[in-house]
Design a protein around this ligand. Structure first.
Ligand SMILES: Nc1nc2c(c(=O)[nH]1)N[C@H]1C(S)=C(S)[C@@H](COP(=O)(O)OP(=O)(O)OC[C@H]3O[C@@H](n4cnc5c(=O)[nH]c(N)nc54)[C@H](O)[C@@H]3O)O[C@H]1N2
Ligand SMILES: Nc1nc2c(c(=O)[nH]1)N[C@H]1C(S)=C(S)[C@@H](COP(=O)(O)OP(=O)(O)OC[C@H]3O[C@@H](n4cnc5c(=O)[nH]c(N)nc54)[C@H](O)[C@@H]3O)O[C@H]1N2
Ligand code: SF4
Ligand SMILES: [Mo]
Length: 711
């Protein structure tokens, strides 16, 4: 460095008056990259730098969203006091006033209509401690059965499939470190390059090591660039495609008979079913050529190791549960699970997508992945909580069905924490209308989101820089998110808000916590002996070891990197295979003369979910300032649509207008719209209300539409 440059940098350093350093984890996706925010005060302004911190999962990497996350956390739109809506306008009030109002309204609703008239809607963005507490709050403080969360729209198909097939649902059955050694990898309906960018080096290393990578997606994506083979499937037909793969695997005798005999049930029925299917029909349904199906199945079947990953492309379907089960059938018939480089991964989505679905904010669930309908589980948790078993409510209904209960007048009040359902729910126009019917609606958020704007009362919450707690990442690794920044204004952590509401409702003795760690120590006991057993994990260990994969049943246990090495988690130790039909019993929405195209939805790299956070970050917003529709050139031509022009999209439910992006990367019968924008660009105004009969997942990935140019 020249003397001049050194002089310049020294003078810059001297301008820095003070420096503060905060260790934390990114608030966005399931990678949970560890990072450090460096805040420098320089004469008249503040300067922020973000650096990645080394850890076993992300090895110090960060993507653009993590680098920019502080921009929303410091945004002037952060709410800093409770806000009460008076004559349509939000006015600041004190916490005492807010709590008194909550007490008055909740008591009135519950005495007028019964305890179940109050409901709770949670989120996979919450820490484990807060997810756990939200479940306890609903059942103990409100005594309502109605609680569910946004993860219903996210992982429910994969979670149910893994539970039914293996007996345990932990995102990835292996640690990520095994990926580079896997010889054939199927990436079905997952766009990791944009959605979990810092996972990519694991797959790039696998490729360097000679792995054959198969991508299944109706579009070319940043992820399909690493594929050796891309099956450009017609949206919604993954179950049939998996049948095609199974057929070739069985006919080519790529099955592992010893594994099937020793470790599984259901093979005979599956074999019979598959033998009756015709590859031609499968090609017709899926739009994938027979040679491609043959190539994929042969590569997977003949490789010495292999892994299958699914994400929302396969799962967010009204037959998502069965589609995932069929991919699990592929792993089981080939015996590619429970060994080095072999296993299943449901790529989790939200920061705490995994932990958020384990500790009781689901309608039918108690902590540790226990069941609210199981007498032993009910007894155990009632004892941990110090309540009578008969006072513990039974199971409620799924997220979207709660909206229907509001519409029908059965639910009258809602506490919404960390979600934006009028943008993220299917049939969003209906959801907006339903929420408008609530007699008392409280939203807990950092911002006035589109949904919070409908609330009677908004309570200000805290961000990833301020709120300490544990997050269970994509691997099933429990990590401690440190967060030491001061809380802005009067904002409070979600766990504090819940504890204070419980106190005002006369249930304070059940919520005596002074820190997130206090709650975690109770969660450890509540999860002990359950499927998701966290008992052996402590804050101290997390600080020392940088993260532990569950189950971890005692403090001397090192955690479980690879599941199912010896046994599956069902009582007879076996995994279960089932036959899956090509087309589901409840038929999916099909294209028709009126609605000739198939719309599928998803994400872009720079934005996160409904965009409440990322649309406030200038660096991210600049990358995609508005929504768009991907259309194949031949389709665009048919409708006279030019590139970058406004397009109206209609479905049987609603209408939106977005800008065209003409690209040969997508199938001609399919269009794609991301879901990060609201109001006239909210793609969920188009999506239907059908739910998967088993897991209650909506069909976000298939919707029949028509398009026209806006003149
Ligand atoms: N940048 C960014 N990252 C995120 C998020 C975000 O909003 N933005 N959200 C986080 C969350 S909560 C989640 S759940 C994950 C989601 O992560 P992903 O599931 O990877 O994301 P999506 O874009 O919803 O869908 C993945 C792919 O499925 C394809 N697809 C659509 N229909 C079908 C189909 O019928 N079959 C198949 N095989 N594929 C289909 C789409 O073209 C898309 O490329 O990402 C997490 N990470
Ligand atoms: N069409 C279509 N729709 C989809 C999907 C799709 O692929 N296509 N994907 C679905 C999926 S996978 C998901 S996960 C859902 C997610 O959808 P939403 O649940 O609506 O998720 P967000 O947009 O993250 O909304 C989170 C809200 O909580 C606030 N928030 C963030 N962190 C915290 C916190 O710690 N505490 C509190 N109190 N508030 C906080 C944010 O400011 C924001 O307003 O959307 C689903 N909807
Ligand atoms: S968005 Fe995901 S990959 Fe990107 S920095 Fe955050 S946690 Fe890491
Ligand atoms: Mo998600």
């Amino acid at each position: 460095m020249t003397e001049l440059l050194l002089k310049y940098f020294r003078s810059k350093q001297q301008e820095v008056e003070s420096e503060k350093i905060y260790d934390t984890q990114c608030p966005f996706c399931s990678m949970q990259c560890k990072m450090q925010l460096i805040e420098q005060s320089i004469v008249t302004r503040k300067n922020y730098r973000v650096i990645g911190l080394n850890n076993p999962t992300t090895e110090g990497r960060l993507c653009i969203k993590g680098m920019s996350a502080h921009q929303h956390a410091f945004h002037s739109d952060r709410i800093k006091t409770p806000l009460l809506k008076i004559d349509g306008t939000f006015v600041p009030i004190t916490w005492e006033q807010a709590l008194a109002l909550i007490k008055e309204k909740v008591l009135k609703i519950q005495s007028d209509y019964g305890q179940d008239a109050m409901s709770v809607y949670g989120s996979g963005s919450l820490t484990n401690e807060e997810s756990y507490l939200l479940g306890k709050f609903a059942r103990v403080a409100l005594k309502t059965k109605y609680i569910d969360y946004n993860g219903r729209f996210c992982m429910s198909a994969a979670a149910t499939a893994a539970n039914q097939a293996f007996g345990i649902d932990r995102g990835i059955t292996n640690s990520l470190s095994e990926i580079p050694n896997s010889k054939c990898i199927i990436l079905a309906g997952t766009n990791i390059a944009e959605c979990q960018p810092t996972i990519m080096p694991y797959f790039e290393k696998a490729k360097e090591n000679g792995s054959f990578i198969i991508v299944i997606d109706p579009r070319n994506t940043a992820t399909s660039k690493i594929a050796d083979l891309h099956l450009k499937v017609k949206p919604g037909t993954d179950a049939a495609l998996a049948n095609g793969l199974l057929k070739t695997i069985m006919e080519g005798n790529f099955i592992d008979s010893t594994f099937i005999d020793d470790r599984t049930t259901g093979y005979q029925a599956l074999k019979e079913h598959i033998s009756q299917l015709k590859i031609d029909e499968i090609c017709q349904l899926t739009g994938v050529q027979a040679e491609q199906i043959h190539k994929a199945a042969t590569m997977f079947g003949s490789s010495e190791s292999g892994m299958v990953f699914t994400a929302r492309g396969v799962e967010q379907q009204t037959d998502g549960y069965l589609a995932v089960r069929n991919f699990l059938n592929i792993l089981l018939v080939t015996g590619k699970i429970g060994k080095e480089g072999c296993g299943y991964g449901a790529i989790t989505g939200q920061g705490n997508g995994q932990g958020g679905r384990e500790h009781g904010q689901k309608a039918d669930q108690l902590p540790g992945y226990r069941s609210i309908e199981n007498p032993i589980d009910r007894k155990y948790i009632s004892e941990v909580w110090g309540i009578k078993e008969e006072n513990l409510p039974r199971k409620g209904v799924s997220a979207y069905e709660m909206m229907e209960k509001i519409d029908e007048g059965e639910i009258k009040g809602m506490l919404l924490v960390a979600s934006n359902p009028i943008v993220s729910s299917p049939n969003a126009n209906f959801v907006k209308k339903a929420l408008g019917k609530l007699e008392f609606f409280v939203a807990v958020d950092m911002f006035i989101s589109e949904s919070a704007a409908l609330a009677d009362l908004i309570l200000p919450s805290t961000s990833y820089l301020e709120d300490e707690g544990t997050m269970t990442n994509v691997e099933g690794r429990v990590t401690l998110r440190e967060a030491k920044k001061n809380v802005p204004g009067e904002a409070k952590h979600d766990w504090k808000i819940l504890s204070e509401i419980a106190r005002i409702l006369g249930k304070g003795e059940y919520f005596p916590y002074r820190s997130a760690e206090d709650i975690f120590n109770e969660l450890r006991i509540a999860s002990r002996g359950g499927i998701a057993d966290y008992y052996g994990i402590t804050y101290q260990r997390l600080k020392e070891e940088g993260g532990i994969l569950w189950p971890c049943p005692d403090v001397n246990h090192k955690g479980t990197d690879r599941l199912f090495e010896e046994v599956f988690a069902h009582e007879n130790n076996r995994a279960i295979m089932i036959p899956v039909r090509n087309s589901p019993e409840i038929e999916k929405e099909q294209s028709s003369e009126d609605y000739p195209l198939l719309l599928t939805t998803g994400r872009v790299m720079a934005h996160y979910l409904t965009g409440v956070q990322t649309r406030k970050s200038p660096s991210l917003a600049a990358r995609n300032i508005e929504s768009y529709i991907e259309i194949h050139p031949s389709t665009a031509q048919r409708y006279g649509i030019k590139d970058k022009s406004l397009v109206q999209i209609d479905s049987r439910r609603g209408t939106i207008v977005v800008r065209s992006k003409i690209t040969a990367e997508i199938r001609p019968d399919t269009v794609f719209v991301p879901f990060h924008w609201a109001e006239t660009q909210n793609v969920n105004n188009l999506i239907g209300n059908e739910l998967d009969p088993t897991c209650r997942m909506p069909g976000f990935k298939v919707c029949a539409v028509k398009i026209s140019k806006v003149i």
